[in-house]
Design a protein around this ligand. Structure first.
Ligand SMILES: Nc1ncnc2c1ncn2[C@@H]1O[C@H](COP(=O)(O)OP(=O)(O)OP(=O)(O)O)[C@@H](O)[C@H]1O
Ligand SMILES: Nc1ccn([C@H]2C[C@H](O)[C@@H](COP(=O)(O)O)O2)c(=O)n1
Length: 209
């Protein structure tokens, strides 16, 4: 059983995927972390974020491992846990350029398709490109202001600056962020986290829930 939860930046994908996965007793998979980890490695190595061949060679020489733990996914580079460094403003600003590179997308997708189901997968193209055969698909949205206000509770930045960065990231990610035609779209602007998790669970087909 595969459930996909896609959506725009900071719409609640990982929080909702985590809650849904916990309710179903399965792992969840945060695909964006692999794009973020690839970006961090490129930045640390001083590589261009637009040079696919050098970046791919670097990724192959420094294999990353996504650990889809139920309590929160982690990304490892050998024995180094990169996870806590993946949500910085520097990675946020660079990740869309890296995620646009077709060889990097193929590299991420190949890793995701090796994971044994069942799981809940969240990202941008889980329901369209990576797991088009998923049993149930959801797409989360919320207004930029609401998303920025939620993020501001986690970061020492002001709401207008966060909102501007989110809108810019939405624009850059638009090419790979369209909802699947068979996805259920949920506007979370006026919903609590528990309300969104409940809406997803209520939308699962009987054999999945
Ligand atoms: N419905 C909700 N009500 C209130 N807060 C929420 C809701 N959904 C998510 N949040 C909060 O919004 C923030 C962003 O959520 P989360 O990190 O899950 O989003 P995301 O879509 O995975 O983000 P990103 O695209 O940056 O990886 C978190 O602080 C989370 O707790
Ligand atoms: N399936 C995916 C997942 C993520 N991305 C890109 C787009 C985002 O800007 C970036 C980070 O993802 P997030 O942590 O915000 O979910 O990675 C993508 O293109 N496809």
């Amino acid at each position: 059983m595969i459930v996909t939860i896609d959506g725009v930046a900071a719409s609640g994908k990982s929080s909702v995927a985590s809650g849904v996965a916990r309710a179903l007793g399965v792992p969840f998979v945060s695909s964006g972390l692999l794009y973020r980890a690839a970006t961090l490695l490129a930045l640390e190595a001083g590589l261009s974020l637009e040079g696919a061949p050098a970046l791919l060679a670097h990724l192959e020489a420094n294999p990353l491992r996504l650990e889809p733990l139920a309590g929160g996914n982690r990304v490892w580079l050998g024995g180094r846990d990169l996870t806590d460094d993946l949500h910085s403003s520097r990675v946020d600003a660079g990740v869309s350029a890296v995620a646009r590179l077709p060889p990097v997308r193929e590299w991420v997708n190949a890793q995701l398709r090796l994971l044994p189901d069942p799981f809940v997968a969240e990202g941008r193209d889980m329901g369209t490109n990576v797991f088009p055969h998923a049993d149930a698909k959801f797409y989360l949205t919320a207004s930029p202001r609401v998303r920025a206000e939620r993020r501001a509770r986690e970061r020492l930045e002001d709401v207008p600056a966060i909102e501007a960065a989110l809108v810019e990231r939405d624009r850059r990610d638009a090419g790979q962020s369209a909802p699947a035609p068979d996805a259920r779209i949920i506007d979370t602007s006026a919903l609590s986290l528990e309300g969104v998790i409940g809406a997803v669970l209520a939308g699962l087909p009987a054999r999945t829930a």
